[in-house]
Design a binder for this molecule. Structure first.
Ligand code: GAF
Length: 402
């Protein structure tokens, strides 16, 4: 199908077809830009790309998801950070990152299809980056290891697109293995595949895409990232990952002491702005990151002990931390979590960056329909758009299809 649309669009057959999945993050949110731990798995929804090389410096991009349906035509030599708009910035960004790293990518024709819901917090844009990089790596004989491919995608996103995201989503899309969640240490990218067969335990993981994305999502993400960096600097550590769980209280005391000192200095200097924006607001960020890293390890231990049912309360605790300490949830995500838990789910949390997007719900197979019904009714009662619901099982990472 993807190859057929390529043929219709460009008038010849592609050299190959590749796929890269979206992801659900089971736990470990906002830890990836703090050198911490994450536990995503690939979903079965993918972005596919039919691709052919060009040697004349042209990059032509076409997507079934683009309502205008036009072919975007760019010159690879002219690609500059910030210079490309819309969805095409993601594939153009990886071409820029590959060339900037010295790889001889001379152009390509590409057609994309995708089954990953867009703007649902399920990493559709990262799948677009990863599938493009994998295809170009194969076609131009670059033979990039998957972790390096993920790093190049992150560079494209951070520098070319201008989004200050971490490394989780690109690595999940590139490196996940069917039937497993990926335990990733985002400091050194070391990985462990954790078997995840919820059905074998009579369980289901439901995804509720709330279909909302609040306007402050991009700014809010950058603010949290800068706040975490500031907290690490105040605490004298490289990243918040370096604050041990057992030393959280001391770290929070230090931040509060710093805050009191800053407030006094600001008061003395009659600097109202400084007295509002000191270390006090950083305690919530630090508490979330330190406890979230700990929760990832606890979830992994429970999964490895063969007790996936027992991860439910950790998921819900993770949500409370994201809502109250990190402040990246929103009413729609809270509504899914609270309603699902009240209807008998084992645990629930938002997944991804927050401010909208999707929530995940762990339920018994037998209560899944009841929980789904309860959430849909709660949304209808509040006259909110009905969420899109599906069951997620761990799928394969990026691969060549043809
Ligand atoms: C987004 C980002 F892209 C990831 O890097 C990660 O920070 C996530 O939000 C939050 O855990 O998906």
């Amino acid at each position: 199908m993807t190859a057929d649309v390529f043929q219709q669009t460009y008038g010849f057959t592609p050299e190959g077809v590749w796929a890269a999945p979206g992801r659900v993050n089971l736990i470990g949110e906002h830890t990836d830009y703090n050198d911490g731990f994450v536990l995503p798995f690939a979903i079965h929804q993918t972005t596919t790309a039919a691709v052919a090389r060009r040697d004349d410096g042209l990059l032509r991009l076409h997507s079934s998801a683009d309502p205008e349906g036009a072919v975007v035509e760019l010159r690879v030599a002219d690609l500059v950070p910030g210079g490309t708009d819309g969805w095409a910035a993601y594939p153009a960004g990886v071409v820029w990152a590959l060339r900037d790293a010295g790889h001889p990518v001379t152009g390509a024709d590409i057609h994309y299809d995708s089954t990953i819901p867009i703007a649902a917090g399920l990493s559709s844009s990262h799948a677009l980056e990863v599938v493009t990089t994998l295809a170009l790596s194969d076609l131009f004989g670059l033979d990039l290891p998957l972790w390096q491919l993920a790093r190049l995608c992150q560079r494209a996103e951070n520098v070319f697109v201008g989004a200050p995201t971490g490394i989780m989503d690109q690595t999940a899309s590139a490196c996940c293995v069917e039937g497993h969640a990926l335990h990733l240490d985002t400091r050194d990218l070391s990985q462990r595949q954790i078997p995840l067969d919820l059905a074998a335990h009579g369980l289901r993981l439901l995804v509720f895409d709330t279909r909302v994305k609040h306007a402050h999502s991009e700014g809010g993400y950058g603010d949290r990232r800068r706040g975490c960096e500031r907290a690490a600097a105040v605490l004298g550590v490289t990243a918040l990952r370096d604050v041990p769980f057992g030393e959280l209280d001391q770290a929070l005391d230090r931040l509060r002491a710093e805050d009191a000192e800053g407030a006094q200095e600001a008061h003395d200097a009659q600097d109202a702005q400084r007295s509002q924006g000191t270390a006090g607001e950083l305690t919530g960020l630090v508490r979330h990151i330190v406890t979230e890293n700990h929760r990832v390890e606890q979830v992994v231990a429970r999964l490895e002990a063969g007790d996936p049912r027992a991860i439910g309360p950790l998921l819900t605790a993770g949500h409370a931390s994201l809502r109250d300490d990190f402040k990246v949830s929103c009413p729609e995500l809270d509504l899914v979590v609270d309603t699902a838990n009240a209807a008998g789910a084992l645990g629930a949390r938002m997944t991804g960056g927050g401010f909208g997007g999707s929530a995940i719900v762990l339920t018994d197979e037998r209560t899944a329909d009841h929980v789904t019904e309860a959430v849909l009714t709660a949304f209808a009662t509040k006259s909110l758009t009905a969420p899109r619901v599906f069951t997620a099982t761990p799928g394969a990472g990026a691969r060549r299809l043809a």
